[in-house]
Design a protein around this ligand. Structure first.
Ligand code: NAP
Length: 397
């Protein structure tokens, strides 16, 4: 039961456009990703989760509420902004300006909270960029906004591109390479999510998530791989010689930690992200000999993202940090920093791996059971009492 408190911070990106149940549960908004799950009323949802704890129910309720207001609630990262973002909001000071000069990054979901920061960081450090998404205005506005990160930066915002459609992604990659000259780095970040139990979603619902997360990432990989291979050939690194013109030929898949130890209400995304992780390893194995690196970044709960805004209540957002060893949620900047590490000369020998950026969260999934409240008990200095397995006071152990 206690581990259910972890749910809100486990959410991946938010879609909130999925119908997981029949009326009277409110519609979850325009169904670009519509699923006809088992008929479930709000009351039935409440009853079925009552035994699992109140915080569990809050997350379901929150999704219903947020979806009801979806049309009026604006995105957290509104664009265009009136002032350019402060550099430290999306990038640490440790990186050298110009390390991605004359390079191009292609990013799906690049108008989203996390991926826009990853791209913004790349652009600040010299890259030009192409971001793709379905929403035309949102994608174009974000492209303009990201371009403010560096004078002279070129950022293409290609809307009306659905990663589920291979031909659309191929066309976007072609346009990116034609207008910007190459594709040296790829971030596969577009994803969809909603909260529901496995019995509440139909195979169509699962298919929609698989289509966006797994097939979408696959389509992105396939569309960009020829350019990545070309770039890897051009910007070879051997780890010993300082690369004169920097790095290239690298891909990052944005995944999650949900499936590491299992997360209720997130079976669909867990299944999909496990597939994404496996894909990245396969790419590393097969394409590594051509100079490609393929890695996964698995964010934990990231503050001020659409995912957290849509799928967590205020209460659960407050509760979330307690069970994270670092005692806080992450920031988009921290995902951007991991991205720069992997794409730069610093990440040359990292291939087929996963960088988890979650403050240690996934390790603590089941630690909050019973009386030894985390981290209060640890910080109190008390010893365990009242259980058979406690340490004896005179023990020499
Ligand atoms: N937020 C978190 O705390 C968290 C935690 C763990 C993992 N993650 C992962 O991090 C990534 C980004 O999450 P986020 O919270 O930043 O999400 P977000 O702000 O909602 O961004 C997701 C982006 O994906 C695009 N997208 C969705 N479906 C698409 C499709 N079919 N075709 C093309 N683009 C599509 C969306 O743009 P359009 O609507 O315009 O298509 C949106 O800009 C995701 O992979 C997510 O699973 C996030």
């Amino acid at each position: 039961m206690q581990s259910l408190r972890l749910l809100p911070r486990r959410v991946g990106t938010a879609v909130g456009r999925i119908r997981v149940s029949a009326p009277p549960v409110p519609s979850l908004g325009p169904a670009s990703l519509r699923c006809s799950g088992a008929a479930t009323s709000r009351l039935a949802v409440r009853n079925s989760f009552r035994s699992l704890g109140s915080s569990f129910f809050h997350t379901v309720s929150a999704l219903q509420q947020s979806s009801e207001t979806e049309q009026t609630a604006g995105p957290l990262w509104k664009t265009p902004r009136t002032m350019p973002m402060e550099k430290y909001e999306y990038l640490s000071d440790v990186w050298k300006d110009g390390i991605f000069d004359n390079k191009v990054v292609f990013c799906t979901g690049g108008a989203g909270s996390i991926c826009s920061a990853q791209v913004r960081a790349m652009v600040h450090l010299g890259a030009n960029a192409c971001i793709i998404g379905r929403n035309v205005a949102k994608t174009e506005n974000m492209a303009k906004d990201i371009a403010t990160a560096r004078k002279g930066a070129k950022v293409l915002g290609l809307g009306a591109v659905d990663v589920r459609k291979p031909e659309a992604v191929v066309a976007a990659a072609e346009r990116c390479a034609k207008e910007l000259g190459s594709i040296d780095f790829v971030i596969a970040g577009a994803a969809g999510n909603f909260l529901a139990t496995i019995d509440q979603i139909s195979s169509n619902a699962l298919k929609s998530v698989m289509d966006i997360d797994v097939l979408g990432s696959y389509n992105t990989l396939k569309a960009t791989l020829p350019y990545l291979v070309e770039s890897a050939k051009k910007y070879k690194v051997d780890g010993k010689t300082r690369p004169k013109a920097g790095t290239g030929g690298r891909i990052i898949f944005v995944s999650a930690t949900l499936h590491y130890s299992g997360t209720p209400l997130q079976s669909h995304v867990s299944i999909a992200k496990a597939g994404v992780d496996a894909m990245s390893v396969s790419v590393a194995i097969e394409q590594g000999p051509k100079g490609i690196t393929s890695n996964v970044i698995a964010p934990g709960p990231i503050a001020d993202t659409e995912g957290m805004a849509r799928l967590a209540t205020d209460d659960s957002r407050k509760e979330t940090p307690r069970l994270i060893p670092s005692q806080r949620m992450g920031y988009v900047k921290e995902i951007a920093d991991a991205t720069i590490y992997l794409f730069s000369d610093a990440g040359n020998f990292v291939n087929g791996d996963t960088i988890v950026v979650d403050g240690g969260q996934w390790h603590t999934q089941s630690i909050d059971k019973g009386a030894f409240r985390y981290p209060d008990f640890l910080l109190s200095g008390e010893t365990v009492t009242g259980v058979a397995g406690m340490k004896k006071s005179k023990s020499k152990l």
